[in-house]
Write a protein that binds this ligand. Structure first.
Ligand code: DX5
Length: 231
């Protein structure tokens, strides 16, 4: 059985202040943050445009572990760009690799020399993630419709998180259970209680007066609640 991971709060740069993102990253690093998430959006898979590989380079230059969450229609092509920029994990959406077997897609990402993650949108069954778990280092359950920060947390996604947690524990897999979207003070405990050990938060961190304090408080809440209520 792989040892349980320590629940980790992962700030999403999408909510960062681009005029001072480097300073914000330095403040988060000083507060003990080690992992940030870079959302790549192409205006097709989701109705928004966001970051390219240069933002991975920025976060790596500040000493972070970085996951690149690809919300793009050509994730297998884009994966090489983000891997080349230094991403530690590249996460693809199941919905964007239709036609390619998820395990084969994960294998192609790993062949780039990075860990591979798989994500599902709210309407996609968790079985699609569980089927490909053996090849994944991260399994992401979106708790909002992807594309924008600041949306409302979808609590009805928690059974998916618990099912994922149970499958990973049963197989002793070394795989993060990540949730992303609407994670904040009022919602992080239920996500961690359901079994999430990687919790992505944008607005709740970067929208706070003190993003370092927000990071610390949210991560402490996640650790206190972790695994207490797997459904
Ligand atoms: C949405 C992105 C999320 C988003 C989270 O498509 O993948 O990472 O930035 O932002 P909040 O935490 O504000 O919902």
């Amino acid at each position: 059985m792989t040892a349980r991971k320590t629940p980790t709060l992962v700030p999403s740069l999408l909510a960062g202040d681009l005029a001072r993102l480097g300073d914000q990253l330095d403040a988060l690093k000083a507060a003990g943050c080690s992992w940030v998430s870079v959302d790549a959006m192409d205006g097709h898979f989701v109705p928004n445009l966001s970051f390219g590989p240069d933002f991975v380079k920025l976060a790596k230059s500040r000493g972070f572990f970085v996951d690149a969450h690809l919300m793009v229609t050509n994730p297998l092509e884009a994966a090489s760009w983000f891997a080349g920029a230094g991403a530690d994990i590249v996460t693809l959406h199941v919905e964007a690799i239709a036609g390619t077997d998820s395990r084969e897609a994960l294998d192609r990402v790993r062949k780039l020399g990075v860990r591979a993650g798989l994500a599902i949108k709210p309407k996609t069954p968790v079985e699609d993630l569980i089927a490909a778990l053996d090849g994944a280092s991260l399994a992401l359950v979106m708790t909002v419709e992807p594309g924008f920060g600041g949306q409302k947390f979808m609590a009805d996604m928690m059974p998916k998180v618990s099912a994922l947690r149970a499958a990973i524990d049963a197989r002793g897999l070394d795989c993060w259970v990540q949730v992303d979207g609407g994670v904040g003070d009022a919602t992080i405990s239920q996500a961690a209680a359901a079994g999430a050990d990687s919790l992505v938060a944008g607005s709740a961190v970067f929208g706070a007066k003190d993003c370092a304090a927000a990071f610390r408080e949210l991560e402490a809440k996640a650790r206190a609640a972790f695994g207490s209520k797997q459904q």
